[in-house]
Design a protein around this ligand. Structure first.
Ligand code: VGL
Ligand code: ZN
Length: 202
């Protein structure tokens, strides 16, 4: 069992990010056994759930003339457009049925504001609107976080970078993550994490 000041944060292991889902990450479901096992090692387990309204501004379908995986400039900066995914209350937004959810102390939902996307578990894509997770961790005296889940180069990387920026000790277990790899994003975000002091382990 790891010490009480450490938490496991499981990012977005939802049906839409697994094979057959609307924004499927290759082999996304293959990490689930390992993630389930890791939950027994941590005294605090937190799950995140991408949770979008149907008219969410990150969906290409809400921008006529634009297609998924294009980039648009929003008020807060560049935003990749995605296929509709993780719509609140749908099967796609549900956790994969093999993922253990009972060990979770907290489930944090993100991306529920129409006008802004939220990759990170800590801040929305303006990097300043908070999800409240930092306050939760600090109130519980948690200073170190280990990330696993989907997708390595988007929600996992943004979360780990924010954790490092907040002064938490941050670690990503790459073997318990899978990536989207859009235009080299996997290599780029891995390098950004390494440069920010995030520990990248298998
Ligand atoms: C994610 C793209 C859009 C993720 C979420 O979980 O990495 N990626 N929404
Ligand atoms: Zn999303």
């Amino acid at each position: 069992m790891r010490p009480a000041d450490e938490a496991l944060i499981v990012i977005d292991i939802q049906n839409d990010f697994c094979p057959g889902g609307a924004l499927a990450v290759a082999e996304g479901d293959e990490i689930i056994n390992r993630v389930n096992g890791l939950m027994d090692d941590f005294q605090t387990v937190i799950l995140t759930q991408d949770w979008h309204p149907a008219d969410h501004s990150s969906f290409a379908s809400n921008h006529p003339g634009h297609a998924p995986f294009e980039t648009l400039t929003m008020s807060y900066g560049p935003q990749t457009l995605w296929p509709d995914h993780c719509v609140q209350g749908t099967t796609g937004a549900a956790f994969h049925s093999d993922l253990r959810t009972d060990p979770a102390d907290l489930i944090i939902r993100k991306g529920f504001r129409v006008a802004i996307d939220s990759y990170s578990a800590f801040f929305e894509n303006d990097r300043s609107t908070t999800t409240g997770l930092n306050g939760y961790l600090s109130a519980r005296g948690i200073t170190a976080v280990t990330f696993v889940g989907l997708a390595t180069d988007f929600c996992v990387a943004y979360s780990a970078l924010d954790a490092a920026r907040l002064g938490l000790r941050a670690r990503v277990l790459l073997g318990a993550c899978r990536g989207i790899d859009l235009g080299g994003s996997l290599a780029r975000m891995s390098e950004e994490m390494r440069a920010a002091g995030v520990a990248l382990e298998e």
